[in-house]
Design a protein around this ligand. Structure first.
Ligand SMILES: Nc1nc2c(c(=O)[nH]1)N[C@H]1C(S)=C(S)[C@@H](COP(=O)(O)O)O[C@H]1N2
Ligand SMILES: [Mo]
Length: 256
């Protein structure tokens, strides 16, 4: 049986959740105990928030890192940004934050970087080892400052899956998106990556910026990031299940 004490200590410390810490933790506790898909979720939370995904040596890097899902977003907005070398691209950060942010690639690369060599596991049955470089998501969230009630971090992408845009923009039903809880958001290996194997991300791998959340499956690794939203609920986004594939029956917590 899961002890309440263990669950509470498994939650991140110093999350900038001011007065409503207790409330946020209580909500999180309820969500965790709710059960269902969450065997690996509970397991990973019990073994500790900082349990690291395995990291590999440079000699382990796969010669080819397969491209999967969207290979080239067809959306005019992304195409125009790509044509300009992403000079006009900005990562917007909003929702339950104290300060909204709008960050250029230059802003991001000025921040302290993390490089990690990890294995990507796609649910379709292939894996690849790659070296990712980027900014810890924790740095961005600490800069923005979380407001009371913050529980989830949503990642809105530039691509409509299958190229079938319905005109709804970042909130359209075909738009790729993903989300993580605060434990994964502040995990040291959770980064906003702009390089794969020492090169700027190409279109296939999610230019100009993608999420790496290393203890979860491939579909959580959102490519073509445009906007980060801090929220208290997943319900208002997409089909309400926290991601493009979770809305289509895949687990939200895709622990490896
Ligand atoms: N925006 C966006 N992110 C995405 C996808 C996608 O189609 N669009 N596909 C996901 C899936 S299923 C996998 S396995 C990985 C593939 O990343 P790669 O193309 O760099 O191998 O990206 C994930 N992130
Ligand atoms: Mo995947």
């Amino acid at each position: 049986m899961i002890q309440r004490r263990q669950l509470l200590t498994a939650l991140p410390a110093g999350l900038l959740l001011s007065g409503c810490d207790a409330l946020a933790r209580n909500d999180m506790l309820k969500a965790m105990v709710k059960s269902g898909e969450q065997a690996s979720y509970r397991w990973q939370r019990l073994v500790g928030r900082d349990g690291l995904a395995r990291e590999f040596a440079a000699s382990d890097i796969s010669p080819v890192f397969k491209v999967n899902g969207t290979r080239l977003p067809t959306n005019p907005e992304w195409q125009a940004l790509a044509a300009g070398g992403f000079a006009d691209w900005r990562l917007k950060v909003g929702g339950l934050v104290q300060r909204e942010l709008s960050l250029s690639m230059a802003d991001l690369t000025r921040l302290p970087q993390r490089t990690q060599i990890t294995r990507h596991d796609c649910v379709e049955g292939w894996s690849a080892i790659g070296q990712w470089t980027g900014v810890p998501l924790a740095t961005i969230l600490k800069t923005a400052g979380l407001r009371d009630g913050a529980r989830y971090i949503l990642f809105l992408c530039a691509d409509d899956y299958g190229g079938k845009a319905d005109g709804g923009g970042l909130q359209s039903s075909s738009r790729y998106y993903e989300s993580v809880d605060l434990v994964d958001a502040f995990h040291p290996q959770t980064i906003l990556a702009h390089q794969l194997n020492g090169q700027a991300l190409d279109a296939g791998h999610g230019a100009p910026l993608r999420l790496r959340v290393e203890r979860q499956l491939g579909y959580k690794q959102a490519k073509y990031l445009m906007q980060i939203i801090v929220a208290d609920s997943l319900a208002p986004f997409g089909g309400g299940n926290g991601g493009y594939w979770p809305d289509r029956g895949y687990e939200w917590y895709a622990g490896i």
